[in-house]
Design a protein around this ligand. Structure first.
Ligand code: DX5
Ligand code: ZN
Length: 224
């Protein structure tokens, strides 16, 4: 079983002070920084490119979890590797040769993830499961923070966890969208071990209390 990872998304942070946002992620006791890269084509919003990751890289040792919501993510993968991304996840809906890109990421010593939006079936990534380090199940339609979790997406998490067990694989299962202290228990019991949190972390009056609250859920599960 993987340790639970809390990965705050800086999409909900103040873009005029990203350095402060990353410092907050670290001081609040979270595990990874989630960087949402949007191209205005795959999703109807724009964020930032590899320069943001490379400028932030010297500020922290915390792993960078890059989520590419871009068409043809292969065009950006080399630059995010150079920028110091630790985990690079892209969408199956956005490219043709996903296996090739996964291998390219792993060849550079980074971890590779594949993601699906709510309308994409799990079967579309079945062939990739033995090769990936992470599967990111979108629990909202990507593009914006602050949306409500689509509960039916957790069924895909449950199925993935069962496949992982049956095949003896070790990929992590990440959930992204609408995760907070109320929805986290259902995501964790479905099998998620990476929780991406945007608005619930950056909108909290005490982000460290949010992180501690989420981690306590697992400590509680372990006891029962
Ligand atoms: C959505 C992004 C998410 C987003 C989550 O397109 O991929 O990472 O920041 O934000 P919340 O937690 O507010 O739903
Ligand atoms: Zn994301």
């Amino acid at each position: 079983m993987h340790k639970l990872i809390v990965a705050p998304s800086v999409l909900s942070a103040d873009f005029s002070d990203m350095g402060k946002a990353v410092a907050l992620v670290e001081s609040a006791g979270a595990d990874w920084v989630h960087l949402d890269v949007m191209d205005g084509r795959f999703v109807p919003n724009l964020t930032f490119g590899p320069k943001m990751a490379s400028d932030l890289r010297p500020m922290t040792r915390i792993p960078f979890d890059v989520h590419l919501m871009t068409l043809e993510p292969e065009n950006l993968i080399p630059d995010f590797i150079k920028a110091g991304a630790d985990w690079i996840t892209f969408h199956i809906e956005a490219t043709v040769h996903a296996h090739r890109h996964i291998e390219a990421i792993k060849r550079e010593g980074r971890r590779a993830g594949i993601s699906i939006v709510p309308s994409t079936a799990l079967s579309s990534i079945e062939e990739l499961l033995p090769f990936v380090d992470l599967v990111l199940v979108m629990t909202v339609n990507p593009g914006f923070g602050g949306q409500s979790l689509i509960v039916s997406c957790l069924e895909k998490v449950r199925k993935l966890a069962a496949i992982r067990r049956a095949l003896g694989l070790e990929f992590r299962i990440s959930v992204d969208g609408g995760i907070n202290r109320e929805t986290a228990p259902a995501a964790i019991s479905a099998g998620a071990d990476v929780l991406v949190m945007g608005s619930a972390f950056f909108g909290a009056s005490s982000p460290s209390t949010e992180v501690a609250g989420i981690k306590a859920l697992v400590a509680h599960n372990d006891r029962v």
